[in-house]
Ligand binder design. Structure first.
Ligand code: NOJ
Length: 759
């Protein structure tokens, strides 16, 4: 604290500001800039470079350790003030200890910013982000991020490496679990909800944290869905699909960006000046900082883009990567590079300024220990309020994929129910990937959730193990591919039951970073188990657990009811049980297309028509597969409810509009069932002719509507320049005159249609 006081005195000697609290936010910003000017003017080049250095903590690691990154050296650098940030440090005691070293022992005592992967909660876990995105409920998603921020900030963390806003069309890529799916419009709205949820209205409040839009850019287009792979995409895809959620996050005030492991059209993103300086800091005027991904500066050597670590440091700094996460490239080489004139000092000043700015905004200079309150740590983490919030989010994330003959909801009494599948009795897998502060085996299992309903006779049988071996945080999951010895018991139980609930799918560690798959079917012996049980009892409700779209064509053909339950976090079992028993009416809609077969991937709803979209002449020469339908198994935006909805009266306020004017669209939606429910009303457009070919559909509006049984509501949308245009191949946003179609309904295959002309 002594150091901070000293630093404070120094700063105040340089500027004449008296009472920051009473200033307007503009003045506040000016004051921050003046303070940074003052601070930079007294910092040595080593100290400025120190701000650009981030070390991993001493506890857990989320990537391979750098050479020579030993603890002693880290402590030494902390004492010198040569560390700007640490990651993977958790717990008030640990954060306080590190903060104390830098604040009290280094010359200037500049506090650390403490980063962590708080992706879907800290200890109390919400559903994985892809699942949350299926809610299309922006308020709920924002709330979920604010719960995560409240818990993270209570353990000393003040910066999360989230949200991941990468658009992806490839379910093989394990990290789709961490994003918002395939669509840039939905993805942008969710990006904003998450950023504002984490950062709140006031970043300096004790329960809000800085967010990070990642991975800049195009990581979701990693070739063949293979992790850490190359990306080769054109300008149109970059501007129309990859960049919009990042831009939306920036406009929502996100404080930091993280670059990415991939190269983009031949240049590793970390060393890409076009992305980081020209677009992000130039065109978009972003004033926060860019952190590299874990060792991505060093990895430019392996990419063959830098000849050694020094060259990598030079290229990354020039390209605009401000903070080096665990490459040890800046701390070892940047001072020399500046002294030799290879990197301009102004670039170092700019990077340090950006990092200091976020620290000021967080209020770390006012009190470096503001996130280190033991009392808050005890009361906030795992509070009932948070458990309720993640339960609410979990229910909203569930998607009902199929419900023949209204098999669901289950009757609450007098039924014999068989519950089958290793995942039904799993308290670990439902937590999903990324669970930085949560203990293993802390989810409510589906078995526990269903046991709370006492009116039926519930019998559980595992059927088969899903994984064998250790499934700890960084371990690979070993799947049971052979052992069917428990099938017999499951078959026996199924035979004696009225309804069978089978919980099958992926283990929580089969998706996430470095978990790419080539097969999108049920892993291990689960498909065989499903078919074996089906032979003796066809009354099956299949509850899917997965971190990515799965190709479950057989199940869709045979199983009467299918519920997409992803990995729903701490409250998984309660959420699933409440939906199965009808205490919660599902309303989720898929944020990513489900293929029939892995061979269709990448598959997405906003595809191009091609020159041969249909079989006109009954011959083979059209755009299709000869061994599978080309349509998806379940399209983007799809999801059922226990209610049924009808759409009618699609109206536009004209048929011809001048470019620049607003097109108003209205539609009636009726709940035609006797159950109150919610429906995500979706609006898609098709621009029929474009100078760059246009997708067959593009989502341009949606609203989550509550409808009482029998109720009708009129829903209004507005289309304008912002939604009717696109980026051309020069990266310019243009709105072209011509004919448009409008589709409104409950999925991307909505059939209610109208049209207009833009002049
Ligand atoms: C690598 C991941 O790509 C990134 O998303 C994460 O934030 C860092 N590791 C830190 O754990």
């Amino acid at each position: 604290m002594k150091k901070i006081a000293l630093l404070g005195t120094l700063l105040f000697a340089f500027i004449s500001c008296q009472n920051i609290q009473s200033q307007t936010s503009n003045t506040k910003n000016q004051n921050i800039e003046q303070k940074i000017d003052s601070l930079l003017s007294i910092m040595t080049i080593e100290e400025k470079v120190g701000q650009m250095n981030q070390y991993n903590g001493f506890w857990n690691v989320t990537g391979p350790a750098p050479e020579g990154g030993n603890a002693e050296k880290k402590y030494e650098d902390l004492r010198k003030g040569y560390v700007g940030s640490m990651l993977n440090v958790r717990g008030v005691e640990n954060v306080r200890a590190l903060q104390k070293i830098i604040v009290e022992e280094s010359r200037l005592g500049i506090p650390l910013i403490i980063g962590s992967d708080v992706i879907h909660g800290y200890k109390t876990l919400a559903p994985i982000p892809l699942a949350e995105s299926a809610s299309w409920d922006l308020e709920a998603i924002k709330k979920s991020a604010s719960v995560a921020a409240a818990e993270a900030s209570a353990v000393g963390v003040n910066w999360t490496f989230a949200p991941m806003v990468d658009i992806s069309r490839d379910a093989r890529w394990g990290r789709v679990m961490e994003g918002a799916g395939e669509d840039p419009f939905l993805g942008s709205k969710i990006a904003v909800a998450r950023v504002t949820g984490f950062q709140g209205e006031d970043l300096s409040a004790v329960n809000t944290i800085a967010a990070c839009a990642k991975h800049f850019a195009a990581y979701g287009f990693t070739e063949a869905g293979k992790e850490y792979n190359t990306v080769d995409i054109g300008t149109s895809t970059l501007y129309n699909y990859v960049l919009p959620p990042f831009k939306a996050a920036k406009d929502a005030g996100v404080k930091t960006f993280m670059n990415s492991f991939n190269d983009l059209n031949g240049v590793p993103a970390t060393g890409d000046k076009f992305l980081q300086r020209d677009i992000l800091k130039g065109k978009w005027n972003f004033d926060g900082f860019v952190v590299s991904d874990w060792a991505s500066i060093r990895e430019m050597v392996d990419w063959g883009h830098a000849k050694d670590l020094k060259d990598a440091a030079k290229k990354a700094a020039i390209a605009g990567s401000d903070l080096d996460m665990e490459s040890n490239a800046y701390i070892n080489h940047l001072v020399d590079l500046v002294k030799s004139g290879e990197v301009e000092e102004s670039l170092i000043d700019d990077a340090a300024r950006r990092i200091l700015r976020v620290k000021f905004e967080l209020g770390l200079f006012d009190d470096p220990y503001k996130y280190c309150d033991e009392e808050r740590e005890k009361t906030v983490i795992g509070s009932t309020k948070h458990l309720d919030a993640v339960l609410d989010m979990a229910k909203k994330s569930i998607v009902l994929l199929k419900n023949d003959n209204n098999l669901l909801p289950l009757k609450k009494e007098g039924q014999k129910i068989a519950l089958i599948g290793a995942l039904a009795n799993d308290k670990n897998s439902p937590l999903g990937s990324w669970r930085i502060g949560s203990d293993d085996n802390t989810a409510v299992s589906v078995l526990e959730g269903m046991q709370a309903y006492k009116g039926n006779k519930l019998t559980y049988a595992k059927g088969a193990d899903l994984f064998v071996g250790n499934a700890g945080f960084v371990h690979e999951v070993i799947i049971n591919e052979t052992d069917k010895s428990d099938f017999a018991e499951a078959i026996k139980v199924a035979k004696q039951s009225d309804v069978v609930v089978m919980v099958l799918g992926e283990h929580g560690f089969q998706s996430g970073e470095a978990r790419s798959r080539t097969n999108l079917q049920l892993p291990g012996v689960q498909q065989e188990l499903l078919e074996a049980v089906y032979k003796v009892n066809k009354n099956i409700v299949l509850v899917l657990n997965n971190g990515r779209p799965l190709a479950v064509s057989w199940a869709d053909e045979h199983i009467p009811a299918i519920v997409e339950a992803w990995q729903l976090g701490t409250q998984t079992g309660n959420a699933v049980a409440q939906v199965l028993y009808g205490d919660y009416n599902p309303s989720g809609k898929l944020p990513m297309t489900f293929p029939r077969h892995v061979g269709q991937v990448p598959i997405y709803y906003n595809y191009k028509n091609t020159g041969r979209p249909t079989d006109k002449d009954n011959n083979v020469f059209w755009s299709h597969y000869i061994d599978s339908e080309k349509t998806p198994l379940y399209p983007f935006g799809y999801g059922l409810s226990y209610s049924t909805f009808e759409y009618s009266n699609l109206n536009l306020n004209g048929t011809s509009f001048k470019t620049g004017s607003e097109v108003n669209v209205s539609v009636n939606v009726t709940n035609t069932s006797n159950i109150d429910g919610k429906e995500v009303v979706q609006l898609y457009i098709r621009d029929l002719v474009g100078s760059v070919t246009r997708p067959v559909r593009e989502l341009k509006g949606f609203e989550l509507v509550e409808l009482k049984a029998g109720e009708t509501k009129t829903i209004n949308f507005a289309l304008n320049n912002e939604t009717l245009g696109f980026y051309n191949n020069q990266g310019d946003y243009i709105v072209e005159p011509g004919d448009f179609k409008v589709f409104v309904g409950g999925s991307s295959t909505a059939t209610l249609e109208a049209g207009f002309e833009l002049k």
